[in-house]
Design a protein around this ligand. Structure first.
Ligand code: GUN
Ligand code: ZN
Length: 442
């Protein structure tokens, strides 16, 4: 397939966004949230060549802007870092909102049939476009994405993301058992395909490759071992999989791998646990498994809309983030088991999941998970997740008055924390006024 190369970031005068700025400079699970949150009521972000060149008070920066700087003023808006979706399946976009079952049955009845269609590159290209449009409409500027087991599904997504200069990490799903014809690969074939895709795409534009064994249930030990071997050859790429989502699934994994001490140990034994490995869900992880994630730097994606929709249970976010052994956690929409592309809506559902665990997730912690926490989970803190000079200029402009109810409610917010909480509870794509990708309005 002919792939257009990344367009050069715009040169010339910087683009300046003026408005209220909000971002995290530290982890509010581990430090005072008031200290961790940065709020600049009338701020400016200077973007040039895809990066943030300067950030601060408008009053300080306005006299120092070069001639011809293009300033856009958003007097009533809130500017935050672009949202980070740490776990999503683009190949399930068309079957979001499928009625009536829990994980294992849902996979067979809904997810696998939808994914079989990605053998067709034209179908893959069509869905990749819809998917990237949805990311942008929802203010998501970085995503870690499952494709299908067809290499052409990866080609289509990377080509689409490259043409938009998005920071996107994705990979071919590896699944050599317990999967239907048309999706099932082989251990060696999946290694070869993954390696070829990695070599073709990793590091191109802002793209990254993730070695993507679907989950222990659909991989033989041989396939997981080869995935681990590929990671040891290329430790600069990510690993992306699922873990401990559903109790029936966990009992099944125990039967499939009786020699392993638990679900995480299946991946650990294959050399798939470490920094830049991210596992979705972790709803039922044990204390020992949280400790092992902490020790190795492996991260988890909290996917509350999916966990609620499939009746999987509630992730214990405060347990995962316990200060004596904190685990890196980001948020995932997990489309199509998840029910919204909106990371704002996902933050709101994370609050409800925490409530069901008798804990309360404040808006500062939720925004952390959606931005800097996600960046740290992906090992990309030096590039994304905060409005910081030198970072990539991925930003969202939020409109707190996007609907009559939001206007009525947010006008009554007495603090930035309260305003953020209202936005995550009532907000979704309607609140996203603009999404900026690498310093350009998308
Ligand atoms: N576990 C293995 N595959 C999947 C999937 O596609 N979605 C979810 N939610 N869990 C999984
Ligand atoms: Zn998933």
């Amino acid at each position: 397939m002919a792939v257009p190369d990344r367009s050069a970031p715009p040169k010339g005068p910087p683009r300046v966004l003026r408005g209220a700025l909000v971002w995290l400079r530290a982890d509010p699970f581990l430090t005072d949230p008031a200290e961790a949150l940065v709020h600049v009521p009338d701020g400016a972000v200077v973007c040039r060549d895809g990066l943030i060149e300067a950030v601060g008070d408008w009053a300080d920066l306005k006299g120092r802007l070069p001639d011809g700087a293009a300033v856009t003023h958003y007097p009533d808006a809130l500017i935050t870092p672009g949202f980070i979706d740490c776990h999503v399946h683009y190949v399930q976009t068309e079957m979001i909102a499928a009625f009536g079952s829990q994980l294992l049955d849902w996979l067979e009845r809904h997810a696998f049939p939808a994914e079989q269609a990605f053998a067709d590159p034209a179908h893959a290209a069509m869905v990749a476009k819809v998917f990237c449009d949805e990311l942008v409409r929802n203010g998501t500027t970085t995503a870690l994405v499952f494709c299908s087991s067809h290499p052409q599904s990866v080609e289509a997504l990377f080509a689409e993301a490259l043409s938009r200069d998005m920071r996107l990490i994705a990979g071919k799903t590896m699944m050599d058992r317990n999967a239907p014809d048309g999706l099932r690969d082989t251990a060696q074939g999946s290694y070869d395909d993954s390696k070829a895709l990695l070599e073709r795409w990793h590091g191109r534009g802002r793209l990254g490759y993730a070695i993507t064994p679907r989950f222990a249930g659909s991989s033989t030990p041989e396939q997981l071992a080869l995935a681990g071997a590929l990671w040891s050859e290329r430790p600069d790429v990510h690993v992306h999989s699922h873990i401990s989502e559903n109790l029936e699934e966990i009992a099944w994994i125990k039967n499939l791998y009786p020699e392993r001490s638990g679900y995480l140990d299946v991946y650990d034994h294959a050399g798939l646990v470490g920094p830049r490995a991210l596992f979705a869900h972790g709803v039922h992880l044990s204390e020992g498994e949280f400790c092992r994630c902490h020790e190795t730097g492996a991260a988890l994606a909290h996917c509350p809309t999916s966990n609620m929709f499939l009746g999987s249970g509630q992730f214990r976010v405060f347990d995962a983030k316990r200060s004596d052994r904190p685990v890196h956690v980001g948020l995932g929409t997990d489309i199509g088991a998840g029910t919204s592309f909106s990371i704002l809506a996902t933050m709101g559902e994370a609050y409800k999941a925490a409530q069901l665990n008798k804990t309360s997730l404040d808006a500062v912690k939720a925004l952390y998970l959606a931005t800097l926490g996600g960046a740290r989970a992906l090992g990309l803190e030096d590039r994304i997740g905060a409005i910081k000079a030198g970072n990539e200029a991925d930003l969202v402009v939020l409109d707190p008055k996007a609907t009559p109810l939001l206007k009525f409610r947010t006008e009554r917010a007495r603090s930035i924390e309260e305003l953020l909480f209202v936005l995550m509870t009532l907000g979704d794509d309607r609140v996203v006024r603009e999404t900026w990708i690498a310093g350009a309005k998308a």
